[in-house]
Design a protein around this ligand. Structure first.
Ligand SMILES: Cc1ncc(COP(=O)(O)O)c(C=O)c1O
Length: 412
């Protein structure tokens, strides 16, 4: 459920007409809905109320400071994967005791900063990283709390690029090698092994892979207890899918029920790292039709948003629903919706049936709140889009549109 709805044929973001917002703030424009973000966070977080838990929003999904502040205000912790995300989370006022740090390639300076900040724990992805964290923590007289990220070899049945829990993926430690890694962690003076971590992929549309991974992780937890380790946290990552097209993913309450059932009697704090399910359907990307063009083989709608603004269609062949901002009730046509970038891979939709649109009209791409702006770039020297956050009838410019001067500022 989200708060982008049509009223008399015109799209509204909460109480505000998207057409007016585009006229005021320009296009391409990301619009986020405060009510939707709140609703999604609360629906997710409350699904686990039967367990000791911490919901750490995955900053990579949408790292805008205003969103982070909003979520932090609702009690969210954060899952980070870089020094930059640590900086954002701390700037947004997230308590370091609510920050977990994942990622296969943490640099020494990033580790040192996170230790300095006093984050809850590092999700460690290799033996070499474990040794490095130990060395850095030791130098500063600290002890680093860690979980080791276990790769349970479970197929999440999602796009290969966002599938992370298979043996062939770069993430985590092979489950069979992990026992020895925990043994080593126990020996290291500046390491305190406190948890187990696992994240098998993103945009999961069934509970089965989550439960299959959980079974393996819990069996592993039993083996760790035999080692005499005091494991207090179980981090099951993110990954719950959303509806872009016709997917029917489980509601967070279903995941909540299943995990509560499985974990109720264990002395563990559950950590979750949802990203897409919180932000995905809380954002749209609004774009203006620049031209329409008919070739002997295709009809093109050329818009002012491109793969630099929203890369998911080009990168993963992802589907985003596209609709007119003001419905004109014209006949349908099969078109490719493409951007101005000089790549044939620059498309937002292919072979899509849309009502006939005309130059100057606006289109909205739905479900663009996660992995939209956060994956954007300046390719073709295109200033990045503005982001606005609507709250009822109020608007915050969450990130102003970049200017040409912004593009060259770091190059003089
Ligand atoms: C370690 C980790 N945690 C959480 C997430 C968030 O996943 P999602 O947005 O699917 O919830 C990701 C996404 O790639 C991830 O790599």
């Amino acid at each position: 459920m989200h708060h982008f709805q049509y009223i008399n044929g015109e799209l509204f973001a909460e109480d505000l007409a998207v057409k007016e917002l585009a006229a005021k703030h320009g296009t391409p424009l990301y619009i986020y809905s405060t009510a939707t973000l709140k609703r999604h966070f609360q629906a997710f977080d409350s699904a686990f109320s039967g367990l000791e838990h911490l919901t750490c929003y995955s900053v990579k999904a949408n790292s805008n400071l205003h969103l982070l502040r909003l979520l932090a205000g609702l009690g969210a912790g954060m899952d980070i994967v870089s020094g930059g995300e640590l900086h954002r989370a701390l700037t947004a006022g997230v308590g370091p005791e609510k920050i977990v740090y994942s990622g296969v390639g943490k640099k020494a300076e990033e580790i040192a900063r996170a230790l300095e900040a006093g984050i809850l724990m590092f999700n460690v992805e290799s033996r070499a990283e474990l040794e490095r964290i130990n060395a850095i923590a030791g130098q500063s007289g600290k002890r680093a709390r860690v979980s080791l990220r276990i790769n349970p070899d479970v197929d999440p049945k999602t796009h290969p690029y966002i599938s992370t829990g298979l043996k062939k993926n770069k993430f985590g430690l092979d489950i069979d090698q992990s026992l020895a890694a925990y043994q080593r962690a126990k020996e290291l003076k500046a390491i305190e092994p406190v948890g187990i971590d696992c994240h098998i992929g993103s945009q999961l549309t069934s509970l089965d892979p989550f439960m299959e991974a959980l079974d393996k992780v819990l069996a592993f937890y039993e083996r760790l207890k035999d080692l005499g380790l005091d494991i207090r946290y179980l981090d099951l990552g993110g990954g719950l899918g959303i509806t872009y097209d016709e997917e029917d993913p489980p509601h967070p309450s279903e995941l909540g029920r299943a995990l509560t059932e499985a974990l109720r009697d264990l002395p563990l704090t559950l950590i979750l790292e949802p990203g897409r399910v919180i932000a995905g359907n809380a954002g749209i990307l609004v774009t203006e039709v620049l031209y329409t063009k008919k070739t002997p083989s295709k009809e093109f709608v050329i818009v002012d948003a491109a793969m630099n603004d929203l890369v998911r269609p080009s990168l993963y062949g992802s589907f985003h629903r596209i609709s007119e901002v003001v419905q004109m009730h014209r006949p349908p046509l099969t078109v490719d919706v493409v951007g101005p970038i000089c790549e044939s891979g620059d498309f937002l939709a292919r072979e899509r049936v849309l009502p006939l649109v005309e130059q100057g009209e606006l289109l909205a791409l739905f479900s663009a709140g996660a992995y939209g702006f956060s994956m954007s770039s300046n390719y073709n020297s295109r200033p990045r889009a503005a982001e606005i956050l609507v709250d009822g009838d109020r608007v915050i410019v969450a990130r102003r549109r970049e200017t040409y001067e912004d593009l060259i500022r770091l190059e003089s």
